[in-house]
Design a protein around this ligand. Structure first.
Ligand code: KG4
Ligand code: ZN
Length: 344
């Protein structure tokens, strides 16, 4: 039998992405299109995101198939992000995948976006030592999960309010640094004093591995109040950015270390857009080295939202015979998706 060829489709937020994955391991093509339109509004506007997915998706599918030198009829299955995410955006991907699957007479499987982040690094670094601790940090999630294999997860911690990337974005907005905020904060922080402001390290002194970032953003907002409205002096911006980044990274590293004491993890797999942050990577790398375990960080394309990771999990699901019920639609939350049982 010839190798499987899975088309992966990701439209859960503001990136449209399509990939072709061969035999569950080899990427034949991988396209990601960001949506610049949101920059004008300082954040993702759901209606604009859905419309952009609708426009971009057919072009990306055509492009990804051409680049992979694969004819539609050669595809053996389709994997599409089903949850969680912006419901209007997810619907575009799911409807497209269902229609294409029906037309080609091939199975469609619905993938959980967070589960895909847990495994993304495999595509570059091969199978992870197991169990592994996954830290997924992005604009939508902050999760600490022990992974023992595909479908075998133990959730150790998650955010109770804002995701850490969201906190970077909100603090960048307070400082008038633009969107997305993470890279802008990191740049501004480079010239600042991380000890200038003693921002809180939310929940670090409490047991467990859950996170909370909304209080940190509020603390930054209260600190800025006496200075009035932006633009602020460059030294103030740099000091606030550096002190905020230090506090956020302290919490992420502290909770990851705590999770490691609750698990026999043999590696830490970092994922999500915030994995781009150098301070986070360096500090985690030190802590993992001290424990004698590997820190695995895939390239930024695989850390951010991408269809390659969706195809990866989808290929595994299709092998296991997990197909999308044609009656089911996209689901905004994990609970609605019916995948919560698999994931919790
Ligand atoms: O995974 P991603 O591309 O999309 C989702 O949110 O799912 O992550 C985007 C998030 C944004 O919140 C962005 O500000 C943050 O990742 N980010 C960073 C950095 N680069 C991107 N946060 C901190 N430092 C960075 N260098
Ligand atoms: Zn994501």
């Amino acid at each position: 039998m010839s190798a499987s060829l899975v088309l992966g489709i990701e439209t859960s937020c503001d990136d449209t992405s399509v990939a072709v994955l061969e035999a569950g391991t080899t990427l034949r093509s991988h396209l990601i299109a960001g949506q610049d339109v949101h920059k004008l509004y300082g954040g993702v506007v759901p209606e604009l995101a859905s419309r952009a997915h609708l426009e971009l998706l057919p072009k990306l599918v055509t492009g990804a198939l051409a680049e992979a030198q694969v004819a539609p009829a050669d595809l053996t299955g389709i994997a599409v992000t089903r949850a969680p995410g912006l419901v209007g955006s997810l619907v575009v991907g799911v409807a497209f995948a269902k229609a294409l699957g029906l037309g080609l007479g091939i199975p469609v499987t619905g993938v959980n976006h967070i589960e895909a982040h847990l495994h993304a690094g495999t595509l570059e670094h091969g199978d992870s030592p197991m169990p592994a601790l996954a830290l997924v940090v992005s604009g939508g999630h902050t999760e600490l999960v022990e992974v023992s294999g595909f479908g075998q997860y133990r959730w150790l911690g998650r955010t109770r309010d804002d995701a850490v990337g969201e906190a970077f974005d909100k603090v960048a907005k307070l400082l008038a640094l633009g969107f997305p905020g993470g890279p802008a904060i990191e740049r501004a922080a480079a010239g600042g004093d991380p000890a200038a402001f003693d921002f809180p390290r939310p929940m670090l002194d409490q047991p467990g591995c859950d996170f909370s970032f909304s209080g940190l953003k509020t603390a930054v907002s209260l600190t800025l109040r006496p200075y009035g409205e932006p633009p602020y002096a460059p030294t103030l911006v740099a000091d606030v950015a550096a002190s905020f980044q230090r506090a956020a990274v302290d919490v992420l590293v502290g909770k990851t270390e705590r999770a490691l004491t609750q698990s026999h993890a043999r590696a830490v797999n970092l994922g999500g857009g915030v994995a781009a942050n150098r301070e986070l990577r360096e500090r985690l790398s030190e802590r993992c080295a001290a424990r004698g375990i590997a820190l695995r960080v895939p390239s930024l394309r695989l850390c951010a939202d991408n269809a390659a990771m969706i195809a990866l999990v989808g290929a595994w699901q299709l092998r296991a015979g997990v197909e999308l019920d044609p009656e089911l639609d996209a689901a905004a939350s994990l609970e609605e998706s019916g995948l919560a049982g698999v994931i919790s």
